[in-house]
Design a protein around this ligand. Structure first.
Ligand code: URA
Length: 209
């Protein structure tokens, strides 16, 4: 079963409070989502392998460590996931960015893919799939299905706010995928919104309504 990590770092909790507030405007919301994505990426990359190299400092020759060249990929689920990409790229500029877009079939109510573009060396990359909200889990499960169908084998899922229902659905469907969350909320309401949540993440990021 995939591990579920809830980040309780004070900076993450602080910024999360401000994106929850209904009177936080689009500009501040967008900035905070990116800052949260940076902080979470910092935690998620804690286990990246490093290698020792020899360098010359102004004082002497020294042994020091650099990343061991693991290939990373960030995959935002359209559209709200896009709001987290820049914050991660700030920290990991060499990461490639794929995209997965899904819509809900009005008859079956199931998510159906309409756009998938991943780096060509998909099986060699470690992917971080990002979406600010993990609500029912249906979209996250289908996005990861789409990636696995194309050869992705090493996937982590990162979101800001999750409902327990979504965490259960995702970890059951993809037990190999670790899930990273800034806040695990109470529940879903009858419209599929996370409670207390932050409303519609896409609308708040892009100023639509
Ligand atoms: N998607 C959102 O943007 N917000 C929710 O609360 C649930 C799903």
């Amino acid at each position: 079963m995939g591990k579920v990590h809830v980040f309780d770092h004070p900076l993450i909790q602080h910024k999360l409070t401000f994106i929850r507030k209904a009177d936080t405007g689009t500009k501040e919301f967008r900035e905070l989502v990116n800052e949260l994505a940076t902080l979470m990426a910092f935690e998620i990359t804690r286990d990246l392998p490093t290698q020792e190299i020899t360098i010359q400092t102004p004082v002497c020759e020294a042994k020091s460590r650099i990343l061991a060249g693991k290939k990373l990929g960030i995959v935002p689920i359209l559209r709200a996931g896009i709001g987290m990409v820049d914050g991660i790229i700030d920290l990991i500029p060499a990461a490639k960015v794929g995209h997965v877009g899904l819509f809900r079939d009005p008859e079956t109510l199931k998510p159906v893919e309409y756009f998938v573009k991943l780096p060509s060396d998909v099986s060699e990359r470690e992917f971080i799939v990002v979406d600010p909200m993990l609500a029912t889990g249906g979209t996250a499960v289908e996005a990861i299905n789409s990636m696995k169908k194309r050869g992705a084998v090493n996937i982590k899922f990162m979101c800001l706010v999750a409902a327990p229902e979504g965490v259960e659905v995702l970890t059951k469907a993809h037990p190999d995928v670790d899930v990273y969350i800034a806040a695990l909320d109470e529940k879903l309401d009858e419209h599929g919104y996370i409670v207390p949540g932050l409303g519609d993440a896409g609308d708040r990021l892009f100023g639509t309504k």
